[in-house]
Ligand binder design. Structure first.
Ligand SMILES: Cc1cc2nc3c(=O)[nH]c(=O)nc-3n(C[C@H](O)[C@H](O)[C@H](O)COP(=O)(O)OP(=O)(O)OC[C@H]3O[C@@H](n4cnc5c(N)ncnc54)[C@H](O)[C@@H]3O)c2cc1C
Length: 515
């Protein structure tokens, strides 16, 4: 190998996980270089001004935080806060020509109980809801600390957690079956099911949905989805500050195009020809990319299946149901996500069609945290809306990427407008060139912009946070590969996925426990 610059560790990828891994290693006294292919850090956790004439910094890709453990924030000393939303969710409903909705507060209250009663005719469904989520909250609290420890086997973890019934229905039985058993109302069932399908193109009866569901409900021991203060980019700014403070050398525009490993260590070459060598390599891009660079076959994975649409509004739109938009948009706004609609949309998308009543979730960042807007825009009453459309897999966009994106965007807007008294187009801010302040990203855009394979937001399929017997020799932290000098530090590592820093932390621990 011709070696130019030697470090203890090379971190490839400057998304939040790469930054977390680099910061932990540098804090432990290791010399670290971080190589990021793009012109900026952050990967899927960036904030940008998509409409340059407006001083509004939107979380372009990921938008809410649940999985980031307080321990990582404290260990690294980052100044990053997340804020609670007063509303958990709102689902507008159109039934027999009447518009109403289901508003669920973050903490159970009489208003929520009343909405359940109005929708379902009794208190039974509301009680079922409280019982189900209380059980899961107990499991979340018990399982969360294990995310930052060496992996346990399923049977060890199950017995240490000590909630065998909850374990059975979350890890072993299809979540669709469980939801149908616990809830009777199609809308209520769908609100629950949505968490199992975010970015995950499966039917409710596929165990992959359970994995997605689990990660959506156990974050940081509470499962609460919180608003990143200052936007998602605020996390990246802090991680960069702490990494550099501890001596990490960060090189942008450094796409790693070649990886070599032998008994002397690892060496990488960037596409501009720069070479680096180190004892260990932590790869914080996708496992599929790592496999390609090493000439190995890539792990199988589902493709990404979501649209992300970012909007800047001159005011919040009124709703047909008459609910105050400041309440409706403050939490997660569910559209066309009843259980049957979700399953229908899945079948339609599987058959090659963009679903008409596109299921989507949406929220308004600025209702909880106005700091992403300039004081002037705040004063004028501007708001942002972040829309995440489900069941729009990458395959739907292959033939005609731009044309299909326009169709999917149209479908999302039509879905949303079904419930608005003022069409969304009438409240979108207008840009200097007369265009409306709305941008859409398809799974193919996510692949092009961020290197997410087929737009998979978790890099690859999520795994349960435990191992089976056969993996015992290979995995301790979930970051190990078949090369003892190369570790996975990004979302595609076991227990990665989402904005959590867990994969970065665990890869750093795997390296530190070696030396
Ligand atoms: C649209 C969207 C919405 C989402 N919403 C949420 C949400 O609200 N909450 C949540 O928790 N999660 C969400 N996620 C998922 C979450 O954002 C990701 O799982 C997580 O950010 C991944 O972080 P990472 O650091 O592991 O990887 P990434 O953020 O993907 O970063 C990887 C970095 O590695 C770089 N890289 C890759 N290959 C190379 C190479 N060969 N050489 C050099 N650099 C390389 C890339 O340029 C990139 O910067 C969302 C994702 C998307 C796309």
């Amino acid at each position: 190998m011709s070696l130019d610059q030697k470090y203890d560790a090379i971190v490839v990828g400057g998304g939040h996980n790469g930054l977390v891994a680099a910061a932990y290693l540098a804090k432990a006294g290791k010399s670290v270089v971080l190589l990021e292919g793009a012109t900026e850090l952050g990967g899927a956790t960036t904030s940008v001004r998509p409409f340059p004439e407006y001083d509004a910094k939107l979380s372009r890709y990921s938008y809410l935080v649940s999985l980031l453990p307080d321990q990582i924030v404290a260990d690294l000393g980052i100044n990053f806060k997340t804020l609670e939303r007063s509303i958990a969710s709102y689902t507008p409903i159109r039934k027999d020509g009447e518009d109403s909705g289901l508003l669920i507060s973050q903490r159970w209250d009489e208003r929520t109980a009343e909405d359940f009663r109005k929708l379902t005719g009794s208190d039974k469904e509301g009680q079922a809801w409280q019982g189900f989520y209380n059980e899961i909250a107990e499991l979340a609290e018990r399982i969360a600390p294990y995310m930052l420890k060496p992996l346990k086997s399923a049977s060890e973890l199950k017995s240490e957690i000590g909630l065998p019934d909850v374990w059975d229905y979350l890890m072993e039985r299809p979540i669709g079956e469980v939801i149908k058993e616990r809830f009777q109302d199609d809308v209520v069932r769908g609100v629950v099911l949505t968490d199992a399908l975010i970015g995950t193109f499966v039917s409710a009866d596929d165990l992959q949905a359970n994995r997605c569901f689990l990660y959506h409900l156990i974050g940081n021991g509470t499962g609460q989805w919180r608003v990143p203060q200052g936007g998602m980019g605020a996390l990246v700014i802090e991680l960069k500050r702490v990494a550099e403070l501890n001596g990490v050398k960060i090189n942008l525009n450094s796409y790693v195009s070649d990886i070599d490993s032998d008994e002397n260590g690892v060496a990488v070459t960037t596409s501009s020809g720069a070479k680096y060598s180190a004892q260990d390599l932590l790869f914080a891009g996708a496992p599929q990319t790592l496999a390609k660079l090493r000439g190995k076959s890539a792990p199988n994975s589902l493709e990404g299946s979501q649209m992300k649409i970012n909007m800047l509004l001159s005011k919040l739109p009124q709703l047909k149901s008459g609910v105050d938009p400041k309440l409706a948009f403050a939490g997660t706004f569910h559209i066309n996500e009843s259980y049957s609609q979700l399953e229908n949309s899945y079948q339609l998308a599987k058959s090659g069609q963009i679903p008409g009543d596109l299921p989507l979730e949406m929220y308004c960042h600025t209702l909880t945290d106005p700091t992403i807007l300039s004081p002037e825009l705040n004063q004028r009453g501007f708001h942002t809306l972040t829309l995440f459309g489900l069941h729009t897999p990458a395959a739907l966009f292959d033939k005609d990427p731009e044309g299909s994106k326009e169709l999917a965007k149209k479908s999302a807007i039509e879905s949303l407008n079904q419930y608005l008294a003022e069409p969304i187009e009438s409240v979108l801010a207008v840009c200097k060139d007369g265009s409306l302040a709305i941008e859409a990203k398809s799974p193919l855009d996510l692949e092009n912009d961020l290197g997410l394979p087929r737009g998979n937001i978790f890099h690859r399929d999520l795994d349960f946070p435990f191992i089976d017997g056969t993996e015992r020799n290979e995995l301790t932290w979930g970051s190990e590969t078949d090369d003892s000098r190369i570790f996975l530090a990004g979302a595609g590592a076991r227990r990665g996925g989402g904005v959590s820093g867990i994969a970065g932390h665990n890869a750093a621990m795997a390296v530190l426990s070696k030396h």
